[in-house]
Design a protein around this ligand. Structure first.
Ligand SMILES: Cc1cc2nc3c(=O)[nH]c(=O)nc-3n(C[C@H](O)[C@H](O)[C@H](O)COP(=O)(O)OP(=O)(O)OC[C@H]3O[C@@H](n4cnc5c(N)ncnc54)[C@H](O)[C@@H]3O)c2cc1C
Length: 293
């Protein structure tokens, strides 16, 4: 008997991960778990801990490239209502990790709360955005965080307050296994003004990333505020470069687009080609933003 058999109600074996990511690439997870309650999640984490079974969380899959061989251990998706609550109380907003970031932004904008609209158009959920401190040129999510509730390796729910949290460019010290929810502090403003700003940012963002129907990922961190990865890739003559079915986007060279028939290995091959060429041509080492599993 496998230790995970007791979780058969919400754990499935050999589940394809490709449909759960923006690249739509990669192999299967040994196990995919979709706990419906915090108690189910806690029991699963404790079992994984006891049996030394590796586990990780996949949210919207917009910052993950799954390898063609798939993922060993358990991939956990928090998508039930238990992890999708939003509560607004004055200037304070509490949101579950599974809430789509853009849904949270429109809800807070309509409620006359300003700040998050600067992140309009960034795909993903609150959990994924907190982990990598997702952001735009103007700001990043961490700036608005008051506290974050996590589940630690022992299955305990812990609330980490602002002075225990650090955020920097596309990085946070939220290395706890599971982010459950967060509390944000926003500014009161006329809802119409915030919604107008949100719409304007949405238009600009859409124009500067691959088309909505394309399977894509944002690949590298910018080496510095005034040195964009996109610019270095262009300078290295890589616009439109291809490996197999993976291609550098012609809208913004820091995105790779997967054409039909592409494999995760093609994307990884193109990533290597870009890194080597940019290093040779410009001397810069590009660091990955996307997580490779
Ligand atoms: C078209 C496009 C445009 C993008 N534009 C931007 C942009 O402007 N700015 C930007 O910063 N990023 C951008 N990204 C990258 C991506 O959208 C962000 O990194 C996003 O925050 C990832 O969220 P997610 O929910 O999809 O996380 P996932 O991709 O599912 O996960 C990302 C990482 O977070 C971890 N994680 C996710 N949820 C949890 C949780 N609940 N607990 C613990 N760990 C968790 C995962 O294990 C993984 O390591 C873009 C991506 C695409 C495809």
């Amino acid at each position: 008997m496998h230790p995970l058999d007791e979780f058969r109600g919400f754990v499935k074996a050999d589940e394809p991960l490709a449909p759960l990511t923006w690249f739509r690439l990669g192999g299967v997870a040994d196990f995919l778990a979709r706990p419906q309650t915090i108690d189910e999640l806690r029991s699963l984490v404790l079992c994984c801990h006891k049996e030394a079974i590796p586990f990780r969380v996949l949210s919207s899959g917009s910052n993950v490239l799954v390898g063609d061989k798939g993922v060993r251990g358990v991939v956990i998706q928090l998508e039930s209502p238990a992890f999708s609550d939003v509560r607004i109380d004055g200037r304070t907003v509490e949101a579950g990790a599974a809430v789509p970031l853009n849904a949270l932004i429109s809800q807070t904008a309509r409620a006359g709360l300003a700040g998050l609209e600067l992140l309009t158009g960034i795909p993903g959920s609150v959990g994924g955005a907190l982990r990598g401190n997702a952001g735009s040129r103007q700001t990043a999510l961490g700036q608005f965080v008051q506290s974050v509730t996590v589940l630690d390796r022992h299955g305990d729910t812990v609330t980490r307050e602002r002075d225990d949290l650090s955020f920097s460019y596309r990085w946070s010290n939220l290395d706890d296994p599971i982010i459950l929810a967060a509390r944000f502090s926003l500014e009161l403003e006329d809802p119409e003004a915030v919604v107008r700003r949100m719409r304007r940012i949405w238009i600009v963002k859409k124009e500067n990333q691959p088309y909505g129907h394309q399977l894509s990922g944002l690949i590298f961190k910018d080496p510095a505020t005034d040195i964009a990865a996109r610019m270095l890739i262009d300078q290295s003559g890589l616009k439109g470069a291809r490996v197999g079915g993976a291609e550098v986007s012609d809208r913004d060279s820091n995105y790779i687009v997967a054409q039909s028939g592409a494999s995760a290995a093609d994307v990884m091959g193109l990533i290597d080609l870009i890194r080597e060429t940019v290093k040779t041509q410009t001397g810069h080492n590009l660091e990955l933003q996307i997580q490779i599993w």
